[in-house]
Design a protein around this ligand. Structure first.
Ligand code: SAM
Ligand code: SF4
Length: 319
């Protein structure tokens, strides 16, 4: 389906839980999340119903995210259910990777196509500090296992934070098998990071455009907000996502569903629609989704000085 600005909407990011086994400083409060009952999050059959309705409207690709999707029980059966829907070409996952080693074989067997793993430091102590307790070696084993069972491509997401991990760019460029793509992401003033000192936020365009060892890879990964380069030394594809300093709203093809069943048509817009009341009526569900797509904002205004930060935390939206 096209929205009123001619954008073809075909990508859904579905947050399957707000729970997480980490407490990354920019994403979650140190105290963890507010505890809610199980009816707070969408059930597997609700997720599948929503995706089926959206697939009929043109959604082709679904990314499962969270919170940490791997802490949700029954994830493999959800993947199988979504993959079986007519029109769905790909089910992918964004994960912190801590539980990958144990689960990746089952998830692949269920139909998972690809994974993105978030790692913000290759130094075990820095990783532990930024995530408030994470074990980097478990994540690395998970990536190895995903590689060995044939998950391709594996992408590493690195949020760069000034003074914390911006000196690790070269380490990331060399750390993994060259088939692994590394994507550097601008820190966004959302949730916990909404109140952070402006000094911590980097303009990645300014940082990466100076590098002569990264050659633009115009033939790679056209869709989405990621600009790709080829790292001369390793041949690795390297992505840069600078969605704050330079927004990609005119090509935005995505919808988001939060773990509590709210449909968001723009990450940086406060408006959201509760889908839960429509779950028992497919016609009404389809109607409300079409209305939401028609109201999708043309662009976000986060890089304007007077913009309001989004206070909803990323662990409920899923990035
Ligand atoms: N737990 C999974 C993970 O960490 O990959 C999936 C959920 S997490 C919310 C999805 C992505 O959002 C991660 O790559 C994380 O680094 C990113 N993220 C969270 N808060 C962010 C922020 N304020 N700015 C930029 N990226 C953020
Ligand atoms: Fe958890 Fe991912 Fe948020 Fe880190 S970024 S706290 S792993 S949801």
């Amino acid at each position: 389906m096209q929205d009123r600005f001619g954008r073809t909407i075909e990508y859904l990011r579905l947050s399957v839980t707000d729970r997480c086994n980490l407490r990354c400083q920019y994403c979650m409060p140190a105290s963890g999340i507010e505890k809610h009952g199980h009816d707070h999050v969408l059930r597997n059959e609700d997720c599948i119903q929503i995706v089926r309705t959206m697939a009929a409207l043109g959604i082709k690709k679904v990314r499962l995210t969270g919170g940490e999707p791997l802490v949700r029980r029954g994830l493999a059966s959800m993947i199988a259910g979504i993959k079986a829907i007519e029109g769905i070409m790909e089910v992918t996952l964004t994960t912190n990777g801590l539980l990958l080693e144990d689960q990746i074989e089952d998830l692949k067997a269920a139909g998972l196509s690809r994974i993105n793993v978030s790692i913000d430091s290759l130094n075990p102590e820095t990783y532990q500090r930024l995530t408030r307790g994470g074990d980097l070696s478990a994540v690395m084993r998970g990536i190895e296992k995903a590689h060995s069972v044939g998950i391709q491509p594996i992408k590493i997401n690195v949020v760069l934070i000034k003074g914390e991990n911006d000196h690790e760019v070269d380490d990331f460029l060399r750390a993994f098998d060259p088939s692994v793509e590394v994507r550097f992401i601008e820190l966004m003033p959302i949730g916990e990071a909404a109140s952070w000192n402006k000094e911590k936020f980097l303009d990645l365009n300014a940082l990466f455009s100076k590098r002569t060892d990264l050659v633009p890879a115009l033939d790679h990964g056209h869709s989405g907000p990621c600009r790709y380069y080829r790292h001369v030394e390793t041949g690795r594809y390297v992505g840069v996502i600078n969605s704050i300093s330079e927004h990609f709203c005119h090509t935005c093809n995505r919808l988001r569903i939060t773990s509590d069943g709210m449909l968001k048509t723009c990450l940086h817009d406060t408006s959201e629609i509760n889908l839960k009341p429509y779950l028992s009526d497919v016609v009404a569900l389809e109607k409300i989704i079409i209305e939401a797509i028609n109201a999708k904002p043309e662009a976000h205004h986060l890089n304007q000085v007077d913009s309001n930060p989004i206070v909803r935390n990323m662990y409920t939206i899923g990035g």
